[in-house]
Design a protein around this ligand. Structure first.
Ligand SMILES: [Zn+2]
Ligand SMILES: [Zn+2]
Length: 602
């Protein structure tokens, strides 16, 4: 929850920030105070320590002084004054940053200033606070780390020292946060992506442009294969479209102007003495698919038409926002567009939800919430289309969600520029919500592209379009899965599905025969032929998170057996070779996951 929505937590964190500043001033009387606001996990305070240098090891001491102040139950007393008195008061205690802040508030029309005093400490502040510092006795807080921060966030200003703190109402909440953070660091997709050889980046290619290693490519291919098979079952037809198109296409689709700042700049092509033509890298697949729909006359009998493509899109994200696989400039989207009559909408939506749930079940994704993302009241001009269109779309989506008994909340201003959507939100390891899947309803594109079908009376009608991407982009989805699985992918999509460890030279022949047999079934198997000791082989293959490690010793060879260790499952098992192969094949073909995802053990 955001701290601004929780007045109790706000007061607690804000009051603790005062206590932190007070404790700092006790130990470093010449330190100057900057800002100290609450945050979504605690609070911070900025200080100018002058010539003193603060290190992380000093934080324990400061924490102790804070606890002492809390035990003294000092009450927070408010006093009000005008700007001249406020400046005088702050100058007298030699707080130049506070003086600057008071003056800039006065410039912005603030007339009355409030101060809060507890014990010997006074701060310019609007409140509110807890009654006295003793009310903080049960709070769980921890001074977390130190960072540099420019005064007012401006790099031309002095760099101050920021002390970050975590603060919660209860001990368990802090412990849970620390546990999650530790896991999030351990399972960070950027870290795992490197350790497990999943993807890389190179400055010669450019920022936000991912190079998928063989391991990552296997994961992509498996997910894509699974998506294609499932979508085939639900009546989708695959299409393929180029990565570039003329500016005119994106003018018609409204990407230019609505989306221009997120597109790569155009390539200008001059040929055969004709006028120069601008080409853009495609930011979305939609317009291309609309033209496939429009390639011939469509009868109502064909509808719904479901055109699917794992399409490659290019978005010019700001370089400061690029991060691992989460924000990239080239992405491959599990995309499809459904062209249908208005009457078919509800049934198709129901079928979509079923498809989404089938996907989530396979990936063992259990915790998600639905958000109805609408235009909202603010920044209406950023959204295209008229009021009637938006109202119709928003009402229709709400109705069908209600009919399906799906619980959802409304996200104001979260709609796409061409229409409202349903977003499916997943929590990441830190409990923060991420949009993984969407369904968007679009009344605008059929009009922009003048799309038609012939109804049962032979008359032209305008279809409705649904945009949908249950499995997001490969980049976003695989980074999410990596963190959710802690890097341990289930056998069906694991880069290496089986590693065999022959115990001695005599076992190699048996292992090689089994390897050939599994390879014929397209199973990704390898033999660990390194010079490592047996124990080290077990360790390194476990670190690689190989789902099935087979131990082949003399007894296994004699009895035609394998001993299998599954990742994340404690007990090893010895099976006849034929049973092992049969089990493995059904585990893969049915895309089973035999253990819980790492994140769900929280
Ligand atoms: Zn305050
Ligand atoms: Zn689309």
């Amino acid at each position: 929850m955001e701290v601004a929505d929780n007045p109790v937590l706000y007061k607690l964190r804000h009051s603790l920030a005062h206590v932190l500043a007070q404790a700092v001033k006790q130990k470093y009387p010449s330190a100057k105070l900057g800002f100290g606001p609450p945050t979504d996990t605690g609070f911070f305070y900025d200080f100018d320590f002058g010539s003193d240098v603060l290190s992380e090891s000093d934080l324990k001491d400061i924490e102790k002084s804070m606890k002492k102040i809390i035990r003294q139950k000092q009450s927070f007393e408010r006093s009000d004054c005008k700007i001249a008195d406020a400046v005088e008061k702050l100058s007298a205690v030699n707080e130049p940053y506070k003086v600057e802040n008071a003056k800039s508030l006065a410039d912005r029309g603030v007339e009355s200033f409030s101060f809060y005093e507890n014990g010997s400490f006074v701060d310019l502040c609007e409140g509110p606070h807890v009654g006295n510092t003793g009310d903080l006795a049960d709070a769980a807080f921890k001074l977390d780390r130190i960072a540099g921060a420019y005064w007012l966030g401006n790099e031309n200003n002095k760099m101050l020292t920021r002390i970050y703190a975590l603060a919660f109402e209860k001990r368990e909440e802090l412990d849970d946060f620390l546990k999650r953070r530790q896991l999030a660091q351990k399972f960070d997709h950027k870290k795992l992506g490197k350790e497990l050889d999943i993807y890389t980046q190179n400055d010669l290619v450019g920022k936000g442009l991912i190079l998928w290693m063989p391991n990552g490519t296997i994961i992509r291919d498996e997910i894509e294969k699974y998506a294609c098979e499932t979508e085939f079952k639900y009546g989708y037809k695959r299409v393929a479209t180029p990565h570039i198109a003329k500016a005119d296409l994106y003018k018609r689709s409204q990407h230019l102007p609505a989306y221009k700042e997120s597109m790569f700049p155009p390539m200008v092509i001059e040929e055969d003495g004709a006028e120069p033509t601008e080409y853009y890298l495609k930011p979305m697949n939609c317009p291309h698919h609309h033209l496939i729909f429009d390639a011939r006359v469509r009868s109502y009998r064909e509808l719904p038409i479901r055109l699917a493509e794992y399409g490659v899109n290019y978005r010019y994200e700001q370089s400061g926002e690029l991060s691992g696989l989460i924000r990239v400039r080239c992405m491959t989207l599990n995309d499809a567009h459904i062209y249908l009559t208005h009457d078919q909408f509800k049934e198709e939506f129901r079928s979509l939800i079923k498809l989404y749930q089938e996907f989530y079940d396979t990936f063992k994704l259990t915790e998600y919430t639905f958000r109805l993302s609408i235009r909202g009241e603010e920044n209406k001009d950023k959204f295209k289309g008229d009021d009637a269109m938006w109202t119709r779309g928003e009402t229709l989506l709400a109705e069908v969600l209600d009919e399906l008994g799906i619980k959802y909340y409304v996200g104001e201003g979260e709609g796409a520029f061409y229409g409202p959507k349903v977003d499916i939100q997943f929590k990441n390891l830190m409990g923060r919500e991420e949009t993984v899947s969407t369904i968007q309803v679009d009344y605008l594109s059929p009009v922009n592209f003048d799309l038609k079908y012939i109804d049962e009376h032979g008359a032209e009608q305008t279809p409705l379009i649904l945009h949908r991407s249950p499995l997001s982009t490969h980049e976003r989805f695989i980074s999410f899965l990596m963190e959710y699985y802690g890097g341990a992918f289930p056998t069906w999509c694991a880069p290496v599905q089986v590693t065999m460890i022959p115990v001695n030279e005599n076992c190699h022949e048996f292992a090689n025969e089994l390897k050939d047999r599994l390879r014929k079934d397209m199973i990704r198997v390898e033999i660990d032929t390194s010079a490592n000791s047996f124990n080290k082989k077990i360790r390194t293959n476990t670190v690689r998170k190989i789902p099935n490690i087979l131990i082949i010793g003399d007894r296994e060879v004699a009895e035609k057996q394998v001993t299998i260790r599954r990742y994340g499952i404690e007990d090893q098992e010895t099976l006849a070779v034929d049973d092992f192969v049969a089990n493995l094949k059904s585990e893969i073909s049915e895309r089973k996951m035999l253990r819980k995802p790492m994140a769900s053990i929280l």
